[in-house]
Design a protein around this ligand. Structure first.
Ligand code: BES
Ligand code: MN
Ligand code: ZN
Length: 485
């Protein structure tokens, strides 16, 4: 795994004593003059930094990078532009650190240092800076090379990153947090990237079992027969069209006594062909990412356990394929959900909400304090917020507040959509209790959520639709597009 092979540490050191292949120093546009510490460093290197600024036209524009090569104890002094100080924030910092890390790796650098205080603006706490820098480089440097067999020895990688600090503080807990979270993110990416012929429901379930074993978590896996016996009619309906049989994985983490658990439900469609309503090319491409919610949920459990977060979790992930077969479910079928509701099928490509319906009712039975589901549920999420942010719906003030705080901390943008009663109209069925899709082209994210709401049994609920944001179109900052790499 890429992230676990990179060692990141924070170290108190004087700038003039740093010895490394490269050193990153940040500059604001308005503050190109050198402070005392830089002046010393500049002198040590014979005025090379000041002359680069003066003569080579380094302006510290946001994202600008200028390398100054030396034959002394720092081989490559990298001047990094942070842009204007007023517009500087953690989003800018994160993208700059990730891009600079990738640039150094691609130039065959194996080890580099980052001068912490030059990336602060006086307002950020050192602890926050260290954590964001460590996370951004570890997540930014991710690659998926598992299936490349040629020239493996030519694959470049960073081995060590040192954050140079000037205080006596110890940043152990920030470093641990960053490494656990980066690991969870990168392992989630690994599994999402794993091709659908390999990452079948059975494979993902065994993977979950491994995670559980390593972290001492309780893990139950239900197979097709058991799922059928439990009368999860919607889940079974979707799963029937594949020879790769479904699994329902339940992982429990107990980090707090006498506290009701939080349930996390993740959509785990290991490949979504659309079923009989087959997805046309090119929309069928990349539908291996339809398991992103489930895989994320599993790694949330792992990360919470490693960080000993004082909460309890029950993670519920329905895993199956949505395929074409003589046994496939059809438009016009009526399925009976785990909670007894009858559901009229109108489009077999809206399979996610069906497997979630049964998983949500199952989670609700555990009497959790809240249910959070994460799902690559709709293409319509692209229309709502583009690739920039993730739409969500929520029935509870605390959950909403907590998600918004988490969004600020993780730099992942989210925006809430309403659950107005009017949207329920379009889910009315002539012959069953409910239809699983609304009117075409109208509020797709919301109507999908309105359908799910039938299955959470009044438990405080948060639904996160990662249909679009599960995959990045660009290779920028912490995002890594495989198509371009
Ligand atoms: N997994 C897809 C959603 C999706 C589509 C995610 C494209 C990422 C990119 C989901 O199962 C799906 O196919 N949803 C349909 C629902 C429609 C038939 C009501 C969609 O959004 O088109
Ligand atoms: Mn689908
Ligand atoms: Zn899907």
């Amino acid at each position: 795994m890429e992230s676990s092979s990179i060692s990141v540490k924070a170290l108190k050191k004087e700038l003039t004593k740093v010895k490394d292949s490269a050193l990153l120093i940040g500059f604001f546009k308005e503050k190109l003059s050198l402070n005392e510490e830089f002046k010393k460093l500049d002198m040590q290197f014979g005025g090379i930094i000041s002359s680069c600024i003066k003569n080579n036209g380094f302006k510290a524009e946001k994202g600008e990078i200028k390398s100054v090569y030396t034959n002394k104890n720092i081989k490559n002094i990298v001047l990094v532009g942070l842009g204007g100080e007023k517009k500087y924030n953690f989003d800018v910092l994160s993208a700059i650190i990730a891009d600079a890390s990738k640039r150094l790796r691609d130039n065959s650098t194996e080890s580099f240092s980052i001068f912490l205080s030059s990336f602060g603006n006086g307002k950020f706490k050192d602890e926050e800076l260290v954590e964001k820098i460590a996370l951004s480089s570890l997540i930014g440097l991710y690659r998926f090379t598992e299936y490349k067999t040629k020239d493996r020895d030519k694959i470049k990688s960073i081995k060590q990153i040192t954050i140079i600090t000037s205080s006596n503080k110890n940043f152990d807990s920030e470093m641990q947090y960053a490494s656990v979270v980066a690991d969870a993110v990168n392992k989630t990416r690994d599994l999402v990237n794993t091709p659908p012929n390999v990452a079948t429901p059975e494979y993902v379930a065994s993977y979950a079992k491994e995670i559980a074993k390593k972290n001492n978590l309780k893990c139950i896996i239900f197979d097709e027969k058991q799922i059928e016996k439990m009368k999860m009619g919607c889940f079974i309906g979707v799963a029937k069209g594949s020879i790769n049989k479904p699994r329902l994985v339940v992982i429990e983490y107990h980090g707090a006594k006498n506290k009701k658990p939080i349930a996390i439900v993740g959509k785990g469609v290991t490949f979504d062909s659309g079923g009989l309503n087959l997805k046309p090319y090119p929309y069928i491409l990349n539908m291996k990412d339809d398991k992103g919610g489930a895989v994320a949920a599993m790694h949330i459990a792992e990360a919470c356990s490693k960080l000993k977060i004082p909460i309890s979790l029950v993670v519920v992930t329905p895993l199956c394929e949505n395929m074409i077969d003589a046994a496939s479910y059809r438009p016009d079928d009526v399925l009976t959900a785990y909670n007894g509701m009858t559901v009229e099928i109108k489009n077999t490509d809206a399979e996610g909400r069906l497997i979630l319906a049964d998983a949500l009712s199952y989670a609700a039975e555990k009497k959790p304090q809240a249910i959070i589901d994460i799902a690559t549920l709709t293409g319509a999420s692209l229309v709502v917020l583009g690739y920039v942010g993730t739409p969500f719906v929520c029935t509870d003030d605390d959950l909403r507040k907590n998600l918004n705080n988490a969004s600020v901390k993780s730099l992942e943008k989210v925006w809430e959509l309403p659950l107005w009663q009017e949207y329920d109209e379009s889910l009315k069925s002539d012959i069953a209790d409910v239809k699983h899709i609304g009117d075409e082209g109208e509020a797709g994210v919301i109507t999908a959520a309105m359908f799910l709401k039938n299955f959470v049994n009044e438990v405080p609920w948060l639904h996160i639709d990662i249909g679009t944001t599960v995959w990045s179109k660009v290779d920028k900052g912490v995002h890594n597009s495989l198509e371009q790499s």
